[in-house]
Design a protein around this ligand. Structure first.
Ligand code: NGS
Length: 278
């Protein structure tokens, strides 16, 4: 029973005006496919998504507050599709959430993990108890895949069309994951050292092992995602070397050593846009 793994998580500084608790039963067990044909206008017209891409149900009190953090650079079309789709998907889940897009503006190779750390820091400030770390090219296909934190860090995207819906390896912990803010702090977030594609998610898995946090997954059928195709990225040259001593770096590479320049933060109708120079 999925519900057993979930527990109440409402943001510290979030008070819902409604009295009735939201009902999650339908969401957890309803597997109808989502429609993705709606445009931004349809979303904003109801005035229910606040600037910065924050939503909370208006007719019930949500149990979950989730910050969805998306590392980003140079994929405007993919981002647009992602935002429209995700708000349609998430609004139906009766959760309180906000979408943060963390954009790397410098020209160095993409550093996914460092961008996620930056997003996490913003989410902590806003009081979110639960983080969903999410690639922009992944779209969840099952409404039952609740965007809330389970007691164990959860690998959400275990069934992706690109891999014919089969999990490539057991310790894979990338794509889309849910982890509580306190768990993420416990393992000092992610490494800031992985420039270029690959390895940073395996490094995060190593941190879970150090912190003795066991990951979990919902059933494969609930964890289905569509991956939007894109060009392959430049691979990180140092990733294997870094991975070899991942466990030794946990205390001196992560949230406690996070340094960057915030270039701008803009509240767009569908997302909070944080631009950073790493
Ligand atoms: C591993 C990478 C991971 C990556 C995974 C799946 O080899 O970062 O493949 O990648 N690890 C290293 O490079 C050390 S995927 O096929 O989804 O593009 O997440």
């Amino acid at each position: 029973n999925i519900l057993e793994h979930l527990y109440d998580q409402t943001a510290q500084n979030f008070t819902s005006p409604a009295i009735l608790d939201c009902d999650y039963h339908d969401i957890l067990f309803d597997d109808t496919t989502m429609s993705i044909n709606l445009m931004d206008g349809d979303l904003i017209e109801g005035h229910r998504i606040k600037d910065g891409g924050e939503f909370h149900p208006s007719d019930c009190k949500p149990k979950f507050s989730t910050a969805i953090i998306v590392p980003y650079r140079d994929r405007a079309e993919t981002l647009r599709g992602f935002l429209v789709y995700m708000h349609m998907f998430l609004r139906r889940q009766n959760i309180h959430y906000r979408i943060y897009v963390i954009e790397q503006v410098d020209m160095r190779p993409f550093n996914r993990a460092k961008l996620l750390n930056i997003g996490a820091a913003a989410a902590f400030k806003a009081g979110y108890p639960c983080l969903v770390l999410h690639d922009v090219d992944l779209l969840p296909l099952k409404p039952a895949n609740l965007y809330a934190c389970t007691k164990c860090p959860r690998h959400m995207s275990s069934s992706i069309n690109k891999f014919r819906f089969v999990l490539p390896y057991l310790s894979l912990f990338g794509g889309a994951i849910a982890i509580t803010s306190s768990q993420f702090k416990l393992i000092n977030g992610m490494s800031n050292e992985y420039y270029g594609w690959g390895g940073e998610d395996d490094d995060l898995y190593a941190r879970l092992e150090v912190g003795e946090l066991k990951l979990c997954r919902f059933a494969p059928d609930t964890s289905r995602y569509h991956m939007v195709t894109h060009q392959t990225q430049q691979k990180g040259e140092k990733r294997h070397k870094l991975l070899n001593y991942a466990k030794n770096r946990i205390n001196n590479d992560g949230l406690n050593t996070l340094r960057y320049t915030e270039v701008a933060t803009v509240l767009h109708p569908l997302f909070t846009h944080i631009m950073v120079d790493l």
